[in-house]
Design a protein around this ligand. Structure first.
Ligand code: ATP
Ligand code: MG
Length: 407
């Protein structure tokens, strides 16, 4: 049997990037031989094994053929006769279809190295169109390597367009889609992920609510970039520049969905878009079975981001309601993430990226002021049950009043 490093490990070494996980392909072996060497079988769909010591993945070389819709719609063929070249041709991109032996001899039948140099994400063969997940993968790689100057090859974008126009994307499971979306959002340039999906027509299928934001104008006085789609991309970009976590990035992507619902005659104003957008945010959340913390923050940011921007104008009672909506007394971290998302929203405006956002500290200060209300003295005064709750609220309101006056 012959063993080769494949995929991301080869690509990233050639790019001079750190290699985190290594995938291996084994040519000329049977399942029985692998088991005899102590490898542990893990693949349910394919013959994939874990190395007894390193735990890295070793896959038997295989060919694949499409036999139905979606991810399950594949039949594979693994046998000792399958060659390295046959295994590599089923892979998505040429830069992912290189192999390397233990002497670092490169096998590169589909010219991955040439495309690395040309900074091109190019499909290996027409069989690319057999797995719709590749549309998301390519967009994700575009987001990751945009900083290095990579773009999607026009002929690959064309295949992605065909895939998006067929109904293949709808066959993706929520879990597989979310895995790609969440990884893409954590890349260096997550806005490129959205741009590439939009360019091939996949955004319209996967997240029509986001796609609808392009071409929707906002008031130039507040939004010099005008276009709501362009604004959303900038907010996402700011979130990446400021190293925000996934929850914040997801909230950034969805915060303005309501603007896509504004009747044209009301443009460029978007009255109550915060509230109108909630049902759309909920729909996207459910479509991809998004983790609860991301779902919750997206809904809260959608509803309250304008409150964040107007923090200094809010009455003490409204401030208190805001803090209560976030359950800030038990979950201070989530309120921090809300503040971060509001700040990214403000910075995601053309020419205003570096403008300070004093609302952030003001909101933090308000949360602290309300939190500092001591309960013990109220207990000592004999307050109990619902009356205690009311008394705490009163004291917090007082504290916020004082805070606002001093600020
Ligand atoms: P990462 O750095 O994100 O791990 P990677 O290229 O190693 O990138 P993996 O998902 O680990 O990506 O997959 C390993 C390799 O398997 C890829 O480089 C590619 O050759 C192949 N591959 C994975 N998923 C697909 C797919 N859906 N279609 C075609 N080839 C795929
Ligand atoms: Mg990998």
């Amino acid at each position: 049997m012959r063993i080769y490093k494949v995929g991301g490990a080869v690509r990233d070494r050639l790019l001079g990037k750190p290699v985190t996980d290594i995938d291996w392909v084994v040519v000329g072996a049977t399942t029985e031989e692998m088991l005899a060497k102590g490898f542990r079988p893990v693949g349910v769909d394919f013959p994939v094994f874990l190395h007894p010591k390193s735990g890295e993945e070793y896959a038997l070389a295989r060919t694949e053929r499409k036999s139905g819709r979606g991810y399950g719609g594949f039949t594979f063929h693994a046998s000792p006769e399958v060659t390295l070249e046959e295994d590599l041709i089923r892979r998505d991109l040429t830069i992912n279809a290189m192999a390397e032996d233990d002497q670092q001899n490169l096998t590169d039948p589909y010219h991955g190295q040439r495309d690395l140099e040309a900074r091109l994400l190019r499909h290996v063969s027409p069989a690319f169109a057999e797995d719709p997940l590749r549309v998301l993968r390519v967009a994700r790689f575009a987001a990751r390597y945009a900083t290095l100057g990579f773009t999607v090859a026009p002929e690959t974008l064309e295949l992605m367009r065909q895939l998006s126009e067929s109904n293949e994307l709808e066959a993706l499971t929520p879990e597989r889609s979310w895995k790609e979306i969440s990884r893409a959002l954590m890349e260096d340039q997550p806005q490129v992920f959205v741009e590439v999906l939009r360019a091939c027509g996949a955004l319209k299928v996967l997240m029509p609510e986001v796609d609808a934001l392009f071409g929707v104008p906002q008031p130039p006085a507040h939004h010099p970039e005008i276009d709501t789609g362009a604004h959303t991309l900038s907010v996402l970009q700011q979130a990446a520049i400021h190293k925000q976590p996934l929850t914040v990035r997801w909230a950034c992507l969805l915060h303005d969905l309501g603007k896509g619902l504004t009747p044209e005659q009301e443009w460029p104003r978007h009255i109550a878009h915060e509230f109108k957008g909630l049902k759309l945010i909920k729909a996207v959340n459910e479509r991809f079975k998004v983790p609860r913390d991301c779902q919750e923050l997206a809904l809260l940011v959608g509803e309250y981001h304008t409150h964040g921007h107007r923090a200094h104008e809010l009455k003490p009672s409204t401030l208190l309601e805001l803090l209560q909506s976030f359950d800030v007394f038990r979950r201070p971290q989530r309120f921090e993430e809300f503040i971060a998302a509001c700040e990214m929203d403000a910075r995601g405006r053309k020419g205003l990226e570096e403008k300070s956002y004093p609302q952030a500290d003001y909101l933090r200060g308000a949360a602290t002021a309300a939190r500092n209300v001591a309960v013990q003295p109220l207990l000592e005064q004999g307050f109990k049950g619902p009356e205690l709750g009311e008394a705490i609220k009163r004291e917090r309101l007082k504290a916020l009043k004082t805070y606002k006056e001093k600020a």
